[in-house]
Design a protein around this ligand. Structure first.
Ligand SMILES: O=c1[nH]cnc2c1ncn2[C@H]1C[C@H](O)[C@@H](CO)O1
Ligand SMILES: [Zn+2]
Length: 373
């Protein structure tokens, strides 16, 4: 029925298309200029440079290391300036505003409350401040003509031992802006089952969680996240490709785990640029997202860390459109996948799909149709 897949969408179309973001770290998305200002305000003197543009370049280059462990070192600087209530409100508000300006209509933003206690805030105060910032950012964005809805995901650091406490914190704020729970940090040596008590607690509470798995470590991590921990979604999950065989004649064979992940429609929060930086993939064209999309896994497109990866939702889609020839129909498919996978009540997801996402793409497509005549 649709016959407009011939040309790639323009950067402008990509930016204006409604997008849904499920995997984005609050402490990985600060504006460089904000980092410089906050550092001056709190007397943090360890920034590699105080020139905002050079600082943005520094983060991108430092994160471009080929290893997740080195990638994660850069977060020391962002977390250092996110220790006060004012800083957290501001960073969260700017996050919502920046995403909205990029055409994101729904986002779940994650951060680890335990990393923001150095100046004396309590875990609860951190959550309240970030939520306040998101509400402020939503209002500012709406005034600027961009509507966005933002939920928080509370992350526990997988090398630490506070996951049950953070899971309880997330559950406590589930009706006040917190959409779910996550674990992040260095994957090798810190398997998801280390935090089984936190995941079992959340399951008993009928709450939602995603797990970073299959990024820097392979199938066992994904298997544990899904079959031991009961993850609703997988953060990255790129290594699921290791359980998929493409034979010489082009036929594809799924192993038991890959088949399970696809059959159960377990969402994969894929972050292509981040994966190139940490060495999980070699190029956009080689990124497993191409094959996984073809095989109809529940794939979603995400930014991970806009600062460290120098990216945005629009840029991720631009790279993918270039590498795989995706058009607006593909973008809509990824976006509907993401909305279906959001930690939001079913009726609200459905309304977002039917009242915001599909009409948004339809409007862009019809525009394109007339522009071509
Ligand atoms: O892609 C990632 N994999 C594992 N951990 C990550 C990734 N991106 C950010 N983090 C860590 C560093 C942050 O300080 C923390 C909470 O957002 O999560
Ligand atoms: Zn991540």
């Amino acid at each position: 029925m649709h016959s407009h897949h011939a040309a790639s969408p323009s950067a402008e179309h990509i930016r204006r298309a409604p997008k849904v973001l499920l995997h984005d770290h609050l402490d990985g998305g600060l504006r460089p200029a904000t980092i410089v200002e906050l550092a001056a305000a709190v007397g943090y003197g360890n920034l590699p440079t105080t020139d905002p543009e050079a600082l943005g370049d520094w983060f991108r280059e430092a994160a471009d290391s080929g290893s997740l462990e080195r990638y994660l070192e850069t977060f020391a600087h962002t977390c250092a300036v996110m220790q006060t209530r004012e800083a957290l409100v501001r960073v969260a508000a700017e996050c919502a505003e920046d995403l909205a300006a990029d055409g994101v209509v729904y986002a779940e933003i994650r951060y680890a409350p335990e990393q923001h206690l150095e100046a004396g805030l309590t875990l609860d105060e951190v959550v309240v401040a970030v939520n306040e910032g998101f509400r402020l950012g939503e209002r500012n964005a709406a005034e600027a003509g961009h509507r966005i809805k933002v939920g928080a995901l509370l992350t526990a650091m997988r090398h630490a031992a506070r996951s049950l406490e953070i899971a309880e914190l997330a559950n406590r704020y589930r009706d006040q802006g917190v959409a779910g729970f996550d674990i992040a940090g260095a994957e090798a040596g810190h398997p998801p089952t280390r935090h089984l008590d936190a995941f079992e607690y959340l399951q008993r509470e009928n709450f939602h969680f995603t797990i970073h798995a299959g990024e820097a470590f392979g199938l066992p991590s994904i298997w544990e996240a899904v079959q031991w921990c009961g993850a609703d979604r997988l953060g990255h999950g790129v290594r699921i490709i290791d359980d998929i065989t493409v034979k010489d004649d082009g036929t594809v064979e799924l192993g038991r785990l890959a088949a399970y992940v696809r059959d159960k429609r377990i969402p994969l929060e894929m972050c292509p640029t981040s994966n190139l930086q940490t060495g999980a993939a070699d190029s956009y064209g080689d990124h497993p997202i191409g094959l996984l999309r073809k095989l109809y896994f529940r794939v979603t497109v995400n930014t991970d860390n806009r600062l460290m990866s120098g990216t945005s939702m629009s840029r991720e889609f631009e790279h993918l459109a270039e590498a795989f020839g995706y058009g607006l129909d593909d973008m809509q498919w990824f976006t509907v996948n993401a909305m279906k996978s959001a930690f939001l009540p079913f009726d609200e997801r459905l309304a977002m799909i039917n009242e915001v996402i599909k009409p948004g793409y339809a409007a862009l497509r019809s525009e394109w149709l007339f522009a071509q005549s």
